[in-house]
Design a protein around this ligand. Structure first.
Ligand code: CP
Length: 312
């Protein structure tokens, strides 16, 4: 595979290889000298047309720890703000000899379009409401580490409840696609107004009964209410949303003792997730962030590190 545009690009062997190598990369994080020579001489441009804290920073750290030259470009401060098209911008940067673009864009399908224009390899770091494949990989990494604490790290037989604003989420689609490959069972929980069109074809159980879904979930992944993408009234009030779909302190009591809580971030504390849940002992929120660097190191290595790599 030349690019990573969708979680569906990964076979079981490829996804497992990324997760396994990420385990090794994760150890780099606790070393005093965090540097491997693997991507020396390679140039990675992180080009973000939408805001990001976790993804952009972790891709930059991942590239640097692998000794690649990493450059950050954002729409603000580039010639995009003077009206240059996405195609011209990408082809201009490509002509400089870039090896890999990590791109985030507000339009669904933008990363795939860029992959068709440039010679460099492309990683989708989030395209509109479509996909965020490295988020799903890092979620799987954090879940697998959690499952291992209770015995087997297999996904088969695990129930993963993904809850909240599914309509505007790229994280949910990538998680559903990746779990289809890894073997986890995804249950989607949302009010009918926040379900994506065609969700009935995703092969997942869909419900608006959060309490029932909580009782037998191994993982509860809360999704952010994406106010910035909302144009209409998707629920009456934030308070009512929280009452029905928020992981409140009271709802924590419904979780199985070995269940864990995930959130891709950024979190709206007090809306979809309470501070009691975000900071609970069984919250994987910071494990997900930490996994982000290791998983992105692994993805970059698989794409750029070896001509015979698992993702070629
Ligand atoms: N989860 C995630 O993509 O976060 P950022 O928007 O901060 O990158």
């Amino acid at each position: 595979m030349r690019h990573l545009l969708s979680a569906a690009d990964l076979s079981l062997a490829e996804a497992t290889a990324v997760l396994d190598l990420a385990e090794e990369m994760h150890q780099v994080q606790s070393r005093p000298v965090k540097k491997l020579p693997a991507l020396r001489g390679r140039t990675i441009v992180n080009i973000f047309f939408e805001d990001s804290t976790r993804t952009r920073t972790s891709f930059e750290i991942a590239g640097k720890w692998l000794s690649a030259d990493t450059i950050n470009v954002s729409a603000k401060g580039s010639s995009v703000s003077k009206g240059e098209s996405l195609r011209d911008t990408m082809m201009t940067l490509d002509a400089m000899g870039v090896d890999c673009f990590v791109i985030r864009h507000s339009s669904s399908g933008a990363a795939a379009q860029v992959a068709g224009w440039v010679r460099a390899q492309v990683v989708n770091a989030g395209d509109g409401q479509h996909e965020h494949p490295t988020q799903a990989l890092l979620d799987a990494f954090a879940m697998r580490q959690h499952f291992r604490r209770f015995g087997s790290d297999a996904f088969a037989g695990r129930r993963i409840a993904i809850v909240g604003d599914l309509l505007h989420s790229r994280v949910v689609r990538s998680n559903v696609l990746l779990q289809r490959t890894l073997g986890g069972e995804v249950v989607l929980v949302a009010p009918p107004t926040l379900l994506p069109t065609g969700v009935d074809t995703w092969g997942c159980e869909v419900t608006d009964d959060f309490d029932a879904a909580l009782a037998d979930a191994d993982i509860v992944m809360m999704l952010r209410v994406q106010r910035e993408r909302m144009t209409g009234g998707f629920f009456p009030t934030e308070r009512e949303y929280t009452e029905r779909f928020g992981l409140t302190e009271e709802r924590l009591a419904l979780l199985k003792p070995e269940a864990a809580i995930c959130h891709p971030g950024p979190m709206n504390r007090g809306v979809e997730i309470s501070s009691a849940a975000a900071d609970a002992a069984n919250s994987l929120v910071l494990d997900q962030v930490s996994a982000g660097v290791a998983v992105r190191m692994s993805v970059l290595y698989h794409l750029l590190g070896s001509d015979e790599g698992a993702m070629h």
